[in-house]
Design a protein around this ligand. Structure first.
Ligand SMILES: [Fe+2]
Ligand SMILES: [Fe+2]
Length: 163
């Protein structure tokens, strides 16, 4: 069974994976800090927007709404594991987003590029792994644990809080 909530989460996961893949390409295609230019600036701002939305709004929805439904049904294992991963991804994602916004405004220095590259590479690894886990386990768990009324309610909350 496909749920509305699962479909919304899946859509956001795909957007995030795409952003992480283009971050990975950006990191791989420059040995040294790339020069400031408009296209790069737009890419960096878009990256920052997607990362912030993912770790603030999307993670927030999962923790504050979806995981509560799981815990109520005694499914604490998956919740503990995914929440733990959120804690390790969130500060890294915000660091990368802040560096991206600053670089979009005034370009990279050698030092900020190195910082961006290291944090970005670590983020790509952690977050893609997290999303793959959710795609494999969480969406199926939603389908089996969330009834149609609750699905409707959760999907409405998602649209209102995450967009
Ligand atoms: Fe997710
Ligand atoms: Fe998550």
């Amino acid at each position: 069974m496909n749920t509305q909530t699962g479909a919304l989460l899946h859509q956001a996961h795909m957007t995030t994976i795409e952003a992480l893949q283009s971050l990975d390409e950006l990191l791989g295609s420059h040995k040294k800090a790339p020069a400031k230019d408009d296209l790069l600036g737009r890419k960096l701002k878009q990256l920052a927007r997607i990362l912030k939305s993912e770790v603030e709004n999307h993670f927030g929805f999962e923790e504050n709404h979806l995981f509560k439904v799981f815990v109520e049904q005694g499914e604490t294992g998956i919740v503990t594991m995914l929440t733990h991963e959120h804690r390790s991804i969130l500060p890294l994602a915000l660091q990368v987003a802040d560096l991206a916004v600053a670089a979009a405004e005034s370009g990279f220095t050698d030092a900020t590029w190195t910082e961006f590259k290291d944090a970005g590479a670590e983020l790509v690894e952690r977050e893609i792994f997290h999303i793959q886990k959710e795609e494999m386990g969480l969406l199926a768990a939603i389908a089996s644990l969330v009834d149609p009324e609750m699905d409707e309610e959760l999907a409405n909350i998602y649209r209102a809080e995450v967009g």
